[in-house]
Design a protein around this ligand. Structure first.
Ligand code: CA
Ligand code: CA
Length: 93
């Protein structure tokens, strides 16, 4: 019984792991948008980069390895409104 309960709780984590290896930018975006407002703030953007890096995206790997999240955020946030919209991450490979 206990293990069954733990398994159920583990599903979101397993889904996140699956995302880490197969994520499209859209999937990673949705997974990173913790408050569900359809945009990424700086903290959510860190999650996005980490997912993208684990998925093998070279640019994201570089950002994560060099802890350049802030600089990457500024560069990706083209309209400089402090939020990353879905269209803005399209440039990030
Ligand atoms: Ca958000
Ligand atoms: Ca923006």
């Amino acid at each position: 019984m206990h293990s069954f309960k733990i398994r159920l709780l583990a599903i979101p984590f397993a889904a996140a792991l699956a995302l880490a290896t197969t994520a499209s930018a859209q999937d990673a975006f949705a997974a990173s948008d913790a408050n569900g407002d359809g945009a990424l703030d700086s903290a959510e953007f860190v999650t996005f980069i980490n997912i993208a890096a684990k998925a093998g995206r070279g640019q994201a790997k570089k950002v994560a390895a060099n802890n350049m999240y802030g600089r990457a955020f500024a560069r990706v946030d083209k309209n400089q409104d402090g939020r990353i919209a879905p269209g803005e991450v399209a440039a990030l490979q």
